[in-house]
Design a protein around this ligand. Structure first.
Ligand SMILES: Nc1ncnc2c1ncn2[C@@H]1O[C@H](COP(=O)(O)OP(=O)(O)OP(=O)(O)O)[C@@H](O)[C@H]1O
Ligand SMILES: [Mg+2]
Length: 347
């Protein structure tokens, strides 16, 4: 590094160190010295070495070809640091200049906020299921003397409370994802069962909206390991999107296929949800996975949604080791493709 660069870094208030791939410190500025002192060399070295079979986090900064990490959070002796790569430094050894920022307080505040959100959202569910139960009871009374006007109003109330329950469940999942508490309890699940449940639960909505909803799949889909509840929720979410953005007389098809390897072992299950809806503009397609992001598409059925749906769906699919992608042509339709791995039974 030039003496000019060193003079500059020495004056920087943020801790900066130039570190080699193996964790030796080639340079540290004054702020770094003040923050970490003599211990720094020890933990950087530890960090550089493989931890519990995984690559040491430092390695991420040395990957190339678009895979390299430019920022990460790391726990160092009980505190959380956000580490940013400022630049690659050319010298005898490969090294990078890293800036360290203590974000412990910030992360704790985020955690507290998200714990609070999950608590509130969770507590909202109790009274709402009470309301739903009551409505259901009133509406299920055979030969009731309820005036047809009140019947319509009660049915509307039931539909709205259903929407609110979905929203609450979505927010609950979201806050779990954000706080890192989103885990699935894997059990053997049948994909046919998931598709059947999802399609059945939305069939009446499809009929009401005059949309043809069908599912087709081979009979011998192997079981996978995952959460029946979460996967069903993900598929329901995808079909609901199709229902929102497909006009009357449209078609939504839900299909599954088994992809086998050369030994005929089932390797992956590909689930597709295809609609003849309005499609997504190519310029907007990347953003649909982001939280709170919606495109300019207007829902055809009211109920704007939050834009969390696909973000959560992707997290669910990824938690199962799978992937999700989209293909869409504006004015023609959209196809969501979910790939789930079938784990080979241990020999
Ligand atoms: N099948 C589809 N056809 C057309 N546009 C779609 C389709 N699926 C998703 N989109 C677009 O992607 C956006 C994001 O979808 P996402 O499910 O995340 O949010 P949302 O449906 O708007 O709200 P939420 O699911 O939280 O109720 C939608 O607002 C819509 O613009
Ligand atoms: Mg949605």
């Amino acid at each position: 590094m030039s003496s000019f660069a060193i003079a500059l870094l020495d004056r920087l208030p943020a801790p900066v160190a130039v570190v080699t791939e193996t964790g030796s410190i080639e340079y540290r500025n004054n702020a770094f010295e003040e923050s970490f002192g003599g211990n720094a060399a020890t933990w950087l070295n530890q960090a550089a070495r493989a931890v519990a079979g995984e690559r040491g986090w430092l390695q991420g900064f040395f990957l190339t070809g678009g895979d390299e990490q430019t920022t990460m959070d790391t726990d160092i002796s009980g505190r959380v640091y956000r580490i940013d790569k400022i630049m690659n430094v050319d010298g005898e050894a490969r090294s990078v200049a890293l800036r360290f920022e203590d974000v412990t307080a910030q992360r704790e505040a985020e955690q507290a906020k998200s714990d609070f959100t999950s608590m509130i959202v969770h507590d909202l569910r109790g009274p709402l299921s009470g309301i739903q139960g009551t409505l259901e009871f009133v509406l299920s009374q055979e030969g009731s003397k309820i005036d047809s006007m009140y019947l319509d109003l009660l049915t509307e109330a039931q539909r709205e409370s259903e929407r609110m329950m979905n929203l609450i469940n979505e927010l609950l999942d979201f806050s779990k994802i954000e706080s890192g508490n989103f885990v699935i309890d894997p059990e053997p699940v049948r994909v046919e069962g998931i598709l059947k449940r999802a399609v059945r639960s939305l069939q009446s909505v499809a009929q009401r909206d005059d949309i043809f909803l069908l599912s087709a799949h081979p009979r011998d889909i192997p079981q996978i390991s995952g959460s029946l509840e979460k996967l069903t929720q993900a598929i329901i979410n995808l079909i609901s999107n199709s229902l929102k953005f497909t006009p009357k007389k449209g078609l939504i098809s839900v299909g599954a296929q088994v992809v086998r390897d050369s030994d005929q072992h089932p390797e992956t299950i590909v689930v597709t949800i295809t609609d003849s809806g309005m499609g997504i503009k190519s310029g907007e397609i990347e953003q649909i996975w982001e939280k709170y992001k919606q495109t300019k598409n207007k829902s055809l059925r009211g109920g704007g949604g939050t834009g969390l749906g696909l973000y959560i769906v992707r997290q669910i699919v990824q938690a199962h080791g799978g992937r999700i992608s989209v293909a869409s042509v504006e004015g023609v339709g959209t196809s969501m493709v979910v790939t789930l791995p079938v784990k080979r039974a241990a020999a």
